[in-house]
Design a protein around this ligand. Structure first.
Ligand SMILES: [Zn+2]
Length: 243
């Protein structure tokens, strides 16, 4: 059970003297002022160029400032107390996607995190994408929605870290890299028939990761409603998309 380390780390952050990851003021890992300044509404942020056929990706804002500081501190410095505010943000993106698709509030929804490389999870000591996806599900459940986070996708061996690769390199690195094991898909169908699936990730860069995750789900007959991320890199999102 991962809950205990999560609680423990959050507690230690609190008692051992932490600072706001955004403004560095001593105290909570996210001070009330910085929390109050977080975006509250998500919007569709198409990457440019948009991978062909990508579902609409919803983001709370641009990947800079507070959103960037929070994502990095949670992912790389293991500031686990940020899981909840990040989950709230990701939940906001999911909510916008469901609202735009006119999903009924009681419709079952499964949030599928993009899979992390096992080596990265070992190195970091946690799986930040899954953690914040689960937190997003909790947030939406608290709003009386029927939402579950489920690890459906697996990463095939041989995928390298995306950082440092250009758009074409990322696409090649990821092509065919994900799979949804039959047993997991069957369980998904049994537990959640007629469910809406929303892909979740922390940051949208080129859209290659989300597109590959979408492909892997569609390959086993699981349609994807939309994608949700905390933030999208500044990729000229004002340019009309050419899907
Ligand atoms: Zn602050």
């Amino acid at each position: 059970m991962r809950l205990l380390p999560l609680l423990t780390d959050g507690f230690l952050d609190l008692v051992l003297g932490s600072a706001c990851v955004v403004c560095e003021r001593g105290g909570r890992v996210l001070c009330p002022d910085c929390r109050a300044g977080l975006p509250v509404e998500a919007a569709v942020r198409w990457p440019t160029p948009t991978p062909l056929g990508l579902v609409a990706p919803y983001a709370m804002g641009t990947y800079d400032g507070a959103l960037r500081s929070m994502v990095l501190a949670h992912k790389e410095r293991r500031v686990l107390a940020l899981a909840r505010p990040l989950g709230d943000l990701l939940g906001g993106s999911v909510r916008a996607a469901l609202d735009d698709a006119r999903c009924r509030v009681d419709a079952p929804v499964v949030l599928v995190p993009v899979p992390s490389r096992p080596a990265a999870v070992r190195q970091r000591g946690h799986d930040p994408t899954f953690t914040m996806t689960r937190a997003a599900a909790c947030r939406l459940v608290a709003e009386d929605r029927d939402v579950t986070a489920l690890r459906v996708l697996r990463l095939r061996p041989g995928v390298v870290d995306q950082a440092g690769l250009d758009t074409r390199g990322r696409a090649a690195n990821l092509s065919g890299s994900m799979a949804a094991p039959t047993a997991v898909v069957r369980r998904l169908g049994e537990r959640f028939p007629h469910t809406h699936v929303v892909l979740c990730d922390d940051v949208l860069t080129t859209g290659a990761t989300l597109r590959e995750a979408q492909r892997a789900l569609e390959a086993v007959g699981v349609p994807v409603l939309a994608a949700a991320v905390v933030a999208a890199t500044q990729l000229r999102d004002q340019v009309p998309n050419l899907r």
